[in-house]
Design a protein around this ligand. Structure first.
Ligand code: G6P
Length: 739
């Protein structure tokens, strides 16, 4: 920035106006003072004169008048005086005779007012002061005396004031301005110039120039602001570039179509079978009708899009009460019902199978064994027997379905089927078998309490590939194998060699069906009050939680942190509602039934505590919800809160992020969920720490739009690049590459 001529001239003008103002004020005061002094002095002289010679105005002798005038000049520096008898008869000393014409009007005014009058006038080059004094006398004639004095000195004094003071003020003000300008130039403008350079560097993408600079203290706030704006712009720019790169290399993003082609290449006409306990579509009676629902399960959320994209066969337990009515004679049904893409083969469990295999060993044994959520696993001999039996039943069905296949690809899902890999391989050694463990794997000591740990490990190691969400779980698994079995764990390529068979143990963080097409979907946001109106509630802010009601999900802890948040921030009472969608799950198990009661009781207690008309702190929607019913909450909530005490991945977190096409909103995510390793834009919490979780809610509600944007876009990019199609491609490629 430079000082231009016009800028300097403006300063000079301003300084001149100020100096003029001051000088004018001073000279006017001085003139008033001098005028007043002169008047007082002449009045005083006239008084003295009258006292000394009371009848001198009767004098008509010219000589005496001249002599008196001469004495007045010497004593008082007067020019002279005049005696007024009437308009035509005025006597004066000779040196003031020429001034009489200026005095007549004043004399008359003084006589009329019967008071002394002083005034200035100019005669030639001279400034004269005249003082008229009426004289009362016994004959009542109009007599007056006029004194004249030279008042030129007053103009001289004022002139010198103008000269000295105006110049003095001007120079002072000018110097102060110049010094101030120089200080600004060297001090502030230098800093401002640096900021300009930064801003330019950011605009032109020369990001390395943006480094901290020494600066003046008082510029600290501005400096900090600019620094954070620069940082935010940098990040936004990097993200935008990343996004642009992503779009321009759209073929790098996995899509259903791309996966289909990849699978055709990998499978080479070989059959692919997915096996799970939970079926992707469940037919249930609804009055006289039969309806089809998608059960609440992260495993299904992940696997279903793969089958939809690539067809194949999915074998699962038929658990819907109308399932038998909807299959053909081979126990098969084409799904999805509205637009079939693949085949679901249902397998029927007996009541006893369900009780011991599903509720018993799977969900009262393995589930709490693998989740460190402080619910004790229960191991019953009968449960274990049925676990083995149902695994064998599934193996039979799989072998039957692949009877004519030399090398089918079999993808086994989850902890329900730890024994299946070995059962299949024993009969069909060429089959490519993978098992993906959707839940965590605990450390060897924890796993060691399972009485059948050897059998489980041997069963799993029948597979060619064992997948977990994280390397951490892979390591735990390998350590467990190392501790329990006679085998070789090869840490260099994370594999296990046992009886001549190699099993690879690798992480495949699971994901959701989120492609660039979904990335750009423009979902409409709904206001909190509208979302809540069907429940007779109103609120300004909404938080959302979507969970199966399971003790591992930390729902009670979540409610406690909501309570603490409202306690610490009473201004949100009446303005913030947390909507908890909770699908009842495994309710025949005591620990699950207890969890449902605990969740309900906490919601009721907290709602009573903060009771208010048309408002609730927690809206608990305890029933199964379809994806379509959940979607508006995902799209419109201010934040989503996932508080798992232990979780393999947690796809709710990813679904919420994927729904935020405006790149706003906040995710609060438990550090004990696998997703927290990928979704680093989330506010990461320890759900056991109620105080900090309450603070996280405040942080989420008050986060700036820029911050939300930065975090959300980072997470959305992670998910779009690592979507379920890339997960499937990577898993199947690894399977195919194993000999
Ligand atoms: C977890 C498991 C899935 C299971 C789901 C629902 O996500 O990993 O395999 O399907 O919970 O549980 P459920 O017992 O209802 O199938």
């Amino acid at each position: 920035m430079k000082f231009t001529i016009s800028f300097i001239l403006s300063i000079i003008f301003a300084v001149g106006v100020v100096a003029f103002g001051f000088t004018f004020f001073q000279s006017t005061n001085e003139r008033t003072k001098l005028d007043r002094e002169l008047e007082v002095r002449i009045a005083h002289i006239s008084d003295e004169l009258f006292k000394a010679n009371p009848s001198f105005f009767k004098e008509t002798d010219h000589l005496k008048i001249e002599l008196l005038a001469d004495s007045l000049r010497k004593q008082f520096n007067l020019l002279g005086f005049a005696l007024y008898f009437n308009y035509d008869s005025i006597l004066s000393n000779s040196s003031v005779t020429r001034l009489l014409n200026y005095s007549k009007a004043y004399i008359l005014r003084s006589l009329t007012a019967d008071t002394s009058v002083g005034s200035f006038f100019k005669s030639g080059n001279m400034q004269i002061y005249q003082y008229v004094r009426p004289i009362r006398n016994s004959s009542r004639s109009n007599l007056a005396v006029v004194f004249y004095t030279d008042a030129g000195y007053i103009d001289k004094v004022i002139g010198s004031i103008w000269f000295r003071n105006f110049i003095g003020w001007f120079i002072q003000a000018f110097l102060v301005s110049v010094i101030t300008l120089l200080l600004i130039r060297w001090g502030i403008l230098n800093q401002v110039n640096k900021i300009v350079v930064w801003a330019k560097a950011i605009r032109t993408g020369n990001i390395r120039q943006i480094k901290p600079e020494p600066h003046l203290d008082f510029l600290d706030p501005l400096h900090k602001e600019i620094e954070s704006i620069a940082k935010a712009m940098n990040e936004a720019k990097a993200t935008a570039e990343e996004e642009a790169r992503l779009r321009s290399s759209a073929e790098a993003i996995w899509t259903p179509e791309r996966l289909k082609v990849e699978m055709e290449n990998l499978l080479q006409n070989r059959k692919m079978i997915v096996v799970s306990n939970r079926e992707p579509y469940m037919h249930i009676h609804d009055g006289k009708d039969i309806k089809c629902i998608v059960p609440a399960s992260g495993m299904i959320t992940a696997m279903e899009p793969i089958l939809k994209a690539c067809s194949g066969l999915w074998i699962a337990s038929g658990t819907g009460d109308a399932d038998r009515e909807t299959v053909n004679k081979y126990n098969k049904v084409e799904v999805p019902p509205e637009e079939p893409k693949y085949t679901l083969r249902r397998l029927w469990l007996t009541k006893e199978d369900e009780r011991h295999f599903y509720y018993g060993f799977s969900n009262e044994g393995l589930w709490p064994l693998c989740h460190i959520a402080h619910t004790r696993p229960i191991f019953r001999n009968d449960d274990w027997k049925y676990y083995k039996k149902v695994n064998e039943d599934f193996a039979k069905v799989i072998l039957e379905e692949t009877r004519d296949e030399e090398q089918p690809f079999i993808l086994i899902q989850d902890f329900h089927f730890a024994l299946l890999p070995e059962l299949i391989k024993r009969e069909k050694p060429n089959a490519k078998v993978a098992i993906f463990w959707h839940i965590p794997w605990p450390n060897p000591e924890s796993f060691g309490i399972c009485p059948w740990q050897r059998e489980i490990l041997i069963g799993m190691l029948g597979a060619d590939l064992i997948g977990f969400h994280t390397q951490y779980h892979c390591n735990h698994f390998l350590e467990t194998v190392n501790n329990v079995l006679e085998s070789r764990v090869l840490w260099e390529d994370f594999s296990v060699k046992k009886a001549g068979h190699t099993t690879f143990v690798k992480p495949f963080p699971i994901s959701i069906a989120f492609t660039l097409k979904d990335y750009d979907v423009n979902a409409t946001k709904i206001k909190a009050s509208e979302l809540l109106s069907e429940f007779g509630l109103t609120s300004r802010f909404i938080g959302i939680g979507v969970d199966r009601i399971d003790y591992t999900k930390g729902i009670v802890e979540k409610f406690l942190s909501i309570e603490r948040f409202l306690e610490k921030n009473p201004s949100y009472v009446g303005k913030f509602t947390f909507v908890q969608i909770g699908a009842p799950s495994r309710t025949l198990i005591k620990s699950y039934a207890d969890t449902v009661s605990a969740v309900e009781n906490e919601a009721i207690r907290i709602n009573l505590r903060f009771k208010s008309k048309n408002w609730k702190a927690i809206l608990l929607l305890k029933k199964h919800h379809s994806h379509e019913q959940i979607a508006p909450f995902y799209v419109s909530a201010d934040f989503c809160m996932v508080t798992s005490l232990h979780d393999g991945m947690n796809l709710v977190a990813k679904e919420f992020v994927a729904s935020r096409n405006h790149n706003d909103g906040t995710l609060i995510l438990s550090r004990f969920a696998g997703a927290s390793q990928e979704l680093q834009g989330a506010i990461i919490i320890n759900p056991y720490d109620i105080e900090k979780s309450a603070d996280a809610i405040k942080q989420a509600l008050e986060m700036t739009k820029e911050d939300q944007y930065q975090r959300m876009i980072q997470m959305r990019l992670v998910i779009v690049r690592h979507n379920i199609y890339s997960w499937a491609a990577s898993l199947l490629r690894t399977m195919a590459s194993i000999n």
